[in-house]
Design a protein around this ligand. Structure first.
Ligand code: IPD
Ligand code: CA
Ligand code: CA
Length: 254
């Protein structure tokens, strides 16, 4: 099954890559910062058609078309383009993210980092890989020497000033903080040991389903800000190499 997920994530990535920097339609969702392009819809339809053909009994939860519940144990959780704002502006940081759950537990995760040509994948209990290389989180214990990443929700005004307070504090207490604009890639870079810690509030299931498993299978830890276990419907996430988790948790809960 993992090979099938990788196959469709690659096919989807090719379509997104072809559309990059072309002329396409852009619509607005909840507000003027929350975009959707014709490619988000096109790619999602291609992925869903593939599932309907290969695994017709499986349920689907997809960002642009919502939920299609069947009586199956399996559910696919899809973000056709994670990093739509980047894609729409011609910034080459975006991904296709596909997670598969069995009875509510994520068993496969695949993220196609389209412009880097990297496929991140994980199977529950079998480790995480970037293309064919096994991934391992960083071994850094010190927040002061950590490279962190975060993201901001589209309805940012509802979370201020808390978001800017935490952002300032991490800026002062870490080596540096980045904001890439694709949650799925943020998770994969934790798994690969590039980033040491990632926090964000108000994520959606499709932003985190694949990425969470990829971090965990690389030896990392993913919880809410208080350090509690989460499922994909929990909005806030703290993903780290495990070693700086409590230092980040303290800041996020203070
Ligand atoms: C967004 C990206 C971004 C994160 C936002 C997400 P989208 O997803 O993952 O990094 O900060 O919270 O909504 O809209 O590009 O699929
Ligand atoms: Ca997303
Ligand atoms: Ca998206």
């Amino acid at each position: 099954m993992l090979n099938k997920i990788i196959e469709i994530a690659k096919e989807a990535g090719e379509i997104v890559k072809d559309g990059f920097q072309s002329k396409f339609e852009i619509d607005y969702k909840s507000n003027s910062t929350d975009l959707v392009t014709e490619y988000d819809k096109k790619v999602e339809a291609v992925i869903i058609n593939f599932i309907r053909k290969e695994f017709p009994s499986h349920s689907i939860l997809a960002e642009e078309s919502g939920q299609s519940e069947k009586s199956s144990d399996f559910r696919w959780v899809i973000d056709p383009i994670d990093g739509t704002t980047n894609f729409a502006h011609g910034l080459p940081i975006f991904s296709v993210s596909i997670g598969v759950q069995r009875n509510g537990k994520t068993i496969f995760g695949v993220v196609n980092d389209v412009m880097m040509g990297t496929i991140y994948s994980a199977e529950l209990g079998n480790g995480s890989y970037s293309n064919n290389t096994k991934l391992k989180v960083s071994s850094n214990y010190e927040l002061k020497k950590s490279l962190l990443v975060t993201g901001f929700p589209y309805d940012l005004e509802n979370y201020l000033p808390n978001i800017s307070e935490k952002f300032s504090e991490f800026l002062l207490k870490s080596r540096a903080v980045r904001r890439l604009g694709s949650a799925a890639i943020d998770f994969c870079y934790i798994a690969a040991g590039v980033f040491d810690g990632y926090w964000e509030m108000n994520l959606y299931p499709w932003d985190m389903c694949a990425g969470k498993l990829i971090v965990e299978e690389a030896g990392g830890l993913v919880t809410n800000f208080s350090g509690k276990d989460i499922d994909i419907f929990s909005k806030e996430i703290l993903a780290t190499n495990g070693r700086i988790h409590s230092q980040m948790r303290e800041i996020l809960t203070s």
